[in-house]
Ligand binder design. Structure first.
Ligand SMILES: C[S@@+](CC[C@H](N)C(=O)[O-])C[C@H]1O[C@@H](n2cnc3c(N)ncnc32)[C@H](O)[C@@H]1O
Length: 283
């Protein structure tokens, strides 16, 4: 899985340009900047270090789209995107200035214009520092929060993702792969609204609740769910809850409503932080 190939139109254009100059060995990244490798150009084919099985024709790189990530499967160049009739959603991995974001029917799952997915993840985690003990990550997405938690002090991370197609997309993202290999992370492919009811009370030292915007997951903003978050949090635990701003254009501040509901569910010291676009609360 660590050998996954992922690249953008920029990488492809660079390969084409260098190959046109007659270069037989070209150094570039085929995993979105994680590291570089030297590929061989042989008779119009690119042969990466992953081997002949992953070779691809240079001519297939000619008409690639912007804002898209490509992989190689059975020597074919394929965009990392899919539509599911089951969920009626279109899934797409989209490049940004650092780590890719996931687009669910054109809605990005990370801030990538005013911030970047990497900085966005860091600011979420930093708002409930120090990270320690058992951590619950309610909405896995591309696994950035789960991976960063596991690398920055968590003893264990329990991570829910309800959508199997999102997990399929993760398998093509070099920055998500640790989700499947880091032994501290337990990944549960289940709706957290139901799954949380099976967890014991006062289990977690920290909770990251990073749901999609309310139109995708209304129940994850309900008092019923917040009561469950409160129940599974330890007495001195901390919650970070991402606060979207669905009515920004109309001037309404949705986080104020969220604060009221969190207080109704029993949370204390409930404060909104603009920098991380989220609410931090204690038990
Ligand atoms: C904003 S993204 C999370 C981003 C994530 N923190 C990361 O590091 O990439 C929200 C994710 O929650 C998932 N989701 C939505 N409703 C859910 C539910 N009820 N239970 C579990 N996951 C859910 C979506 O499929 C989506 O992948």
């Amino acid at each position: 899985m660590s050998e996954i190939i992922a690249f953008t139109k920029n990488n492809a254009d660079f390969l084409l340009k260098e190959a046109l100059k007659g270069r037989e060995k070209i150094e570039l990244s085929l995993n979105l900047g994680k590291n570089k490798q030297v590929v061989d150009i042989v008779q119009g084919f690119v042969i990466p270090k992953q081997g002949e099985k992953h070779k691809f024709a240079l001519e297939k790189l000619q008409k690639l789209k912007e804002n898209t990530i490509y992989t190689i499967e059975n020597q074919k160049v394929l965009a990392v995107e899919l539509f599911s009739k089951e969920s009626n959603l279109y899934y797409k991995l989209r490049p940004t200035k650092d780590w890719p974001t996931l687009m669910l029917s054109s809605v990005p799952m990370h801030r990538f214009i005013t911030s970047t997915p990497k900085l966005d993840t860091e600011s979420k985690i930093n708002s409930i520092k120090p990270i320690k003990g058992k951590v619950l990550d309610t909405c896995c997405g591309l696994g950035y929060t789960a991976i960063m938690l596991a690398k920055n002090g968590a003893e264990s991370v329990t991570c829910f993702e309800k959508d199997p197609f999102v997990l399929d997309i993760c398998k093509y993202n070099p920055y998500s792969l640790e989700l499947f290999t880091n032994k501290k992370i337990t990944l549960i492919n289940e709706n957290v609204f139901q799954g949380i009811k099976k967890l014991e009370s006062e289990t977690f030292d920290r909770i990251i609740h990073d749901p999609p915007t309310i139109s995708f997951a209304k129940e994850l903003y309900s008092v019923e769910f917040y009561k469950e978050l409160h129940r599974v949090l330890k007495k001195d635990g901390k919650l970070y809850h991402y606060a979207p701003n669905p009515k920004k254009t109309k001037g309404a501040e949705f986080w104020k409503t969220m604060i009221k509901i969190l207080k109704n569910a029993g949370f204390k010291n409930v404060d909104y932080y603009k920098k991380s676009s989220g609410i931090v609360a204690k038990k």
